[in-house]
Design a protein around this ligand. Sequence first.
Ligand code: 3H9
Length: 699
Amino acid sequence: MAVVSYEIKSGVGIIRLNNPPVNALSQVLREGIQNAVVAAQGDESQVLLIVCEGRTFVAGADITEFGKPAKAPSLPSILDSIENSVKPVIAAIHGTALGGGFEIALAAHYRCALASAKVGLPEVKLGIIPGAGGTQRTPRIIGVDAALDMITSGNPVAAAKAHSMGLVDHIINGDLLEGAMSYAERLIADNAPCKRVSDMTIDPATATDALFDSWRKKMAKKSRGQLAPQKIIDAVQIAVTSSVPEGMVKERELFTECVQSTQSSAMRHIFFAERAAAKVNDLAKDTVDRTISKVGILGGGTMGGGIAMNFANVGIPVVMIEINDDALARGLDIVRKNYSITVSKGKLSEEQMKDCLSLISGSTNYDDLGDVDLVIEAVFEDLDVKKEVFAKLDKACKQGAILATNTSYQDVDKIAAATTRPDDVIGMHFFSPANVMKLLEVVRGEKTAGDVISTTMKLAKKINKIPVLSGVCYGFIGNRMLRCSVRENQLCMMEGASPEQVDAVMQGWGMAMGPLAVGDLAGLDVSYKARQALTEEQKGDPKSYCIVDAMVEMGRLGQKSGAGYYRYDPDTRARSSDPEVMAVIERLSAEHAIERREISDDEILNRITCAWINEGAYILQEGIAQRSSDIDVVYVNGYGFPIYRGGPMHYADTIGVKKVYDMICEFQRQHGDVWKPSALLEQLAAENKTFSQWSDEQT
Ligand code: 3H9
């Protein structure tokens, strides 16, 4: 079928777009729309209807074309043709009309949408601003404040709400084409005019400088370090005093500036990386997924409860198993409280909460796992305990059930070996809070069956997680790299930095929080306890953990005990510096005969980021991660890495792999073999290649 086809029915000129999978506005589609609209001006049709084949209306510009030389016709010129059409143009929306897709709809004279459709301008999530009138037309319809909310958040708006805001004129229940045709015929009968959004104006009283300033401040805080949100505000402000054609010229300049920025390139990288991460390279083509209709969760702690919610939220029944009635009641209560918080925030209705809760049952008997298709173990992080649990699961669960462990460090192969069916065993490493965090590390054991991997990856998407496949190693992808950066933040403090300096550097660079503040939040005892299970060799250089151990041994466990690297106000949790901590650090430096020195912010940044990158390179060379962008997805979605820097491996590609290699070699000279560069890093530096190029070559 042609990318764009045209026919006239009952006076309606139907322009059908068909560019699977999401009708992105690639050059052929743009050209096809332009030609169809222009040609239709002189034919016998009375109105034009733009409608899409497939699963969605146009989902926006073709993101793969960004950064390449622009090819005519440009989207703004097509929108000119649409808006200046002599006969009314109607956009008929199903699925999602996003970005350039919604901008087409805004240039049309009427918009109708299926009740299930959504519209939105998600460009900000790609580090850009709408570049085809979105910032100029939207505020004319819904006002400046609502437009800023919609465009700076990038969140889609459901059809009913869009209708109430005036963004959509007519809602269709039932068949899209039938509904759109009868709407078009009604417009013909009414002799409806070409209603142009460009003819609308913005009331200046609703668009004061103070309003724009408050949005600038709000976005500087909410999207710290990001360029696009500020440019969106600039563009919307321009709309107040300019005509749409004038405003679009300026909007285009701002759009171009954003598209060319390293921030947008990083965010586009993450967009494609998240989609690539779901793909498993070596699965047999004929792999048939297992059906997951009921799930068992072993352990009703914070983690188990959070995991259970993910399944209930998408209508999959869950049975939670605990060791006794009290523990079970506590577990179910955690879930109830979490849902109540969501209801109180207005993000869930009472009715929805009841539906979800009705899907979660509890038991203290393993026999109640007999009919589940997947069980996820979320018990204490101890290999022996987990092995015992898996031996029991092996007996209790039916043949064909997937047996998953939520371990964050333990050896999935050893856990699998405790069963008679290691091919059914897999790791599902959720991140805390498990009902909120998007990342899911799916850990394939040596014997995990292909259909178990495939089922788990798809199930992750179903429960709205972003899955990344990892092989077995201590800490998998994320925590293994984290250990290396923690080593460096500890050593920087031993050599002269303060917790405040380390946190300020990393937060200032864009991390959601400084690493030491994160430690306080997670609880310093967590890594302390994990370390107790390690041999001296596995623990590494005592200088790299003596500070955190001292904190724990002083009872400074972090926020939960009111003090860690910082002190916390018991009522407000406000953080303050504590001279006692500096005294401990200085004492430990002296005990280890380290002469403290001034450490530059750059050194801290480079040591922490290079520690991630070098370990990431080892992870790639060992085949633990499938591709370098998977590592980026893990860091952006699980570790507070700034999306606009694209993840550690993309960051290395951006600043230059050779430069990173040279820094690491220098660190090795200064600090020893913990900094031994990975062979892969060395190879890429020699060949002047990026991680991304290398990953592409592997598939
Ligand atoms: C824009 O419009 C700028 C304008 O203002 C100005 C221009 C001048 N381009 O997500 P899925 C691919 S900026 C190219 O798995 P779903 C995607 O990579 C754009 N490719 O499906 C994947 O490929 P593969 C503003 C795209 O059903 C496949 O399609 N628009 C694009 O879960 C399926 O995608 C956006 O930011 C694209 N625009 O979700 C919307 N979109 O199979 C971005 C998708 O090879 N898209 N692909 O892995 C989305 O949010 C989701 O794809 C959507 C469907 C909700 C539409």
